[in-house]
Write a protein that binds this ligand. Structure first.
Ligand SMILES: Cc1ncc(COP(=O)(O)O)c(C=O)c1O
Length: 399
């Protein structure tokens, strides 16, 4: 039997919460949290099973919807985010799908920012309409477009900020006001900012989603996601969806991701610091026609970024002059920074969105989002900043 009392204290600062929050120790008194790699649970007698099923005994029943290790992960991130409740999912996309599906039914309407990660855009543009949920995509940075898109049946507004890959910043409090007036739920994908640098719930959002695959794992090992919101909605809408459709996080992944949470602040701080240095180094270079970093004063929405984010993030976007050919020459000349579509990792990773992550949205949609053939997205890792700067400088000279 595990202790049912979970470790946690509202007054702890984030770094402490991320090390101790949600811990449930077994009678063995283990230092590191136990990994409860079990599908189900046994009961001492038939009466105990009955009590567990009818809710009189609040213990665990089946890992498709609740497991002690996943529960520790959920409690830890919930305390960091300042949310009442959380559900872990198998991937970031499972979290996004869950948050949207738990918000709408046939006949409802969703508004989403155009600048979404490709699979998120697929859910809004293609999947939801198949089930009778209409969607409108807007330029997320234009508040008037959000307002104009509202219909009497609008039930959810969805955005990511900063956006992938051009790092646009969307005014979360302004969109939250529109959602409140419309009686809709605002869902924010907070992957790029991380829970450390942006708190959407405090900015007025109703739901926050993460791909835990990114910074929360931070070492390229496993996929995961999480949906955070108020207790009532999670219990009434999210929980039944998880229980009956099966997108819950596995205990093994929850354990790895929980270990990731312990080191999240030091990793993200270091990666952000290096990202800022690389952005400063690239700004104004003759072969770099655009440099986008939310922590710099020349970011198109620098003032908004300062207002709603606590730092610039671990991501840098740059446009190499000369289109696809020049961008490919730059990426192929990098030695330490590897070509990959993931982000938030200890290893620095670079992506050419137009031919990879954003290939499927088509040329017109890319042009609308400013994803030119020269744009690259750099996720800055934990390597020595001097080595990364030398790598970038060498690659630039190859262009
Ligand atoms: C902003 C954003 N949201 C959601 C996802 C989906 O996460 P996952 O790959 O864990 O399903 C990703 C990346 O893949 C992402 O970049």
């Amino acid at each position: 039997m595990t202790e049912t009392t979970k470790t946690g204290n509202k007054n702890w600062r984030p770094a402490t919460t991320l090390v101790h929050g949600g811990t449930m120790r077994s009678p063995f008194g283990e230092t590191s949290e136990a990994m409860y790699l079990t599908q189900g649970f046994v009961y001492d007698n038939a009466e105990a099973a009955e009590a567990r099923f009818n809710g009189e005994d609040p213990g665990f029943v089946y890992s498709r919807y609740a497991n002690p290790t996943v529960s520790m992960f959920e409690d830890r991130i919930k305390a960091l985010e300042g949310a009442e409740a959380a559900r872990g999912t198998a991937s970031g996309m499972a979290a996004v799908n869950l948050a949207l599906m738990a918000s709408v039914k046939a006949g409802d309407h969703v508004i989403a920012a155009k600048a979404l990660f490709g699979s998120c855009r697929y859910i809004c543009e293609t999947l939801l309409p198949r089930f009778g949920v209409e969607s409108t995509l807007v330029d997320g940075t234009d508040i008037q477009q959000w307002k104009a898109a509202v219909r009497p049946n609008t039930r959810a507004l969805f955005l990511e900020s900063p956006t992938n890959p051009t790092l646009e910043v969307i005014d979360i409090p302004a969109v939250a006001d529109i959602a409140k007036t419309a009686g809709a739920r605002l869902i924010v994908d907070n992957v790029f900012a991380t829970p450390l640098y942006q708190s959407p719930l405090q900015l007025g959002a109703d739901v926050v989603v993460y791909s835990a695959t990114k910074h929360i794992d931070g070492q390229g090992r496993c996929l995961g996601g999480v949906v955070l919101s108020d207790e009532e909605w999670i219990t009434e809408e999210v929980m039944p969806f998880v229980k009956h459709t099966g997108p819950h996080m596995s205990p093994f992944n929850a354990w790895v991701l929980m270990k990731g949470l312990e080191t999240l602040p030091i990793r993200v701080a270091r990666q952000t610091d290096t990202a800022g240095r690389i952005a400063d180094f690239l700004a104004g270079r003759s072969k770099v026609s655009r440099l986008i970093y939310p922590g710099r004063d020349d970011h198109p929405q620098a003032e908004l970024a300062r207002r709603q984010m606590r730092a610039g993030s671990t991501m840098v976007a740059l446009e190499i002059e000369g289109g696809k050919e020049a961008a490919f020459r730059f990426t192929n000349a990098l030695e330490i920074i590897r070509i990959s579509n993931n982000l938030g990792d200890a290893k620095s990773l670079i992506t050419h969105p137009a031919t990879t992550t954003h290939q499927s949205i088509g040329e017109e949609a890319r042009a609308e989002l400013g994803i030119t053939d020269g744009i690259l997205r750099l996720s800055v890792g934990l390597e020595d900043p001097e080595d990364l700067l030398e790598d970038v400088e060498k690659a630039l000279s190859a262009v």
